[in-house]
Design a protein around this ligand. Structure first.
Ligand code: AHM
Ligand code: MG
Length: 329
């Protein structure tokens, strides 16, 4: 193999060497996420074939059954992580309550929160989906993980990232030492480093991303912020799949917004499964996150499935949007 080719495994090992006290448990979690991502990627890529070659019996991506692929992804992640002794508790956007580690397995020092298959309403039209993950250290005293471990603010994340199942599958992650992107080479089943030390351009391309159909439900300051971008010649790009809209924003710059509105005063997106991990990635890449007032990373979670208004993007754009919202308040 050419010496310039860096696999995800090698990258994780090299990152681990930066921390001499590391036990390897944390690296194992990242490997396990990558393994789960490869399995989910394979099934997502086959989703359109189900009607032709038949379902394997595990799920059926048709009509109301689409949601089952979410559960498949959820189960793949659970199966990859439950027995390793590295985690003490998990939580998934798909599951109401905390997910304990089965009693027959030992518990470890880490906590995993994830959205196993974000944007799955898009699956029938072959639009990009994603998996989002967030890792914390266990802070509770007992042997098993608790709600306390799950309800930690984003600024305590040890690692965060996402997998985008697009025209190629990519895994992007940060442990607080830069943001790195890996593209899956399907013929060898390896993620290879393709985007080293990603930095979000500022201001970047003139793109804003928001579901503008909700314009009439927004507060006037939010409406004016978007009017202003249009006056400045910005283009609108909105896929409706957070991972895809986020990935474009990270690479091109600009701003992604999912504001509060009269129908959804807390917005739609979930703090712990979607907003916090994306906030860690964007801030590590030199950008900013906000709930409209402050960094998403400083929001203290109160419930597992809490929603939050969300702004992510180039620092200058998030700064000025936050300022416009504060002025209008
Ligand atoms: P989901 O968790 O039900 O898949 O919803 C999350 C998705 C995000 O991917 C996307 O940013 C958002 O919902 C789009 O919502 P809307 O259709 O209201 O614009
Ligand atoms: Mg989601």
């Amino acid at each position: 193999m050419a010496s310039s080719v860096i696999t995800l495994s090698r990258h994780i090992v090299e990152q681990e060497r930066l921390y001499p006290e590391a036990t390897g448990a944390f690296s194992d979690i990242l490997y396990d996420i990558a393994l789960a991502a490869k399995i989910i990627s394979r099934e997502v890529n086959r989703a359109g074939l189900v009607d032709i070659v038949g379902s394997a019996g595990r799920f059926n991506v048709h009509g109301e059954d689409v949601r089952k692929l979410d559960m498949f992804a959820n189960d793949v992640i659970f199966d990859a992580m439950d027995h390793t002794g590295n985690l003490c508790v998990m939580a998934s956007e798909e599951i109401e309550a905390p997910i304990p580690i089965p009693d027959k397995f030992p518990c470890g020092n880490y906590v995993l929160l994830h959205d196993p298959l974000d944007g799955s309403s898009n699956i029938e039209v072959n639009v990009t989906l994603g998996t989002i993950f967030s890792i914390h250290r266990k802070i509770s005293k007992g042997e098993r993980g608790t709600m306390e471990d799950l309800l930690q603010p984003g600024n305590r994340q040890l690692a965060a990232g996402y997998v985008v199942y697009g025209s190629s599958t990519m895994l992007v992650y940060t442990t607080g030492a830069g943001v790195h992107g890996f593209t899956l080479e399907p013929s060898i089943g390896e993620f290879l480093l393709s985007h080293k030390d990603m930095r979000i351009p500022d201001p970047g391309k003139k793109i804003y991303s928001v579901n503008e159909a909700y314009y009439k439900r927004w507060e006037p300051a939010q409406q004016q912020a978007v009017d202003q971008l249009k006056d400045e010649g910005y283009s609108l790009r909105y896929i409706g799949s957070l991972v895809a809209d986020f990935h474009r924003t990270l690479l091109y710059g600009g701003i992604f917004m999912y504001p509060s509105d009269t129908k959804s005063p807390q917005g739609k997106l979930r703090l712990l499964y979607e907003a916090s991990p994306m906030a860690m990635v964007i801030e590590e890449a030199g950008g900013r996150s906000s709930d409209g007032r402050k960094s998403i990373l400083d929001v203290e979670p109160e419930e597992l499935h809490q929603r939050t208004p969300l702004y992510l993007g180039s620092k200058s754009l998030v700064d000025r949007t936050e300022a416009a919202l504060a002025e209008g308040a």
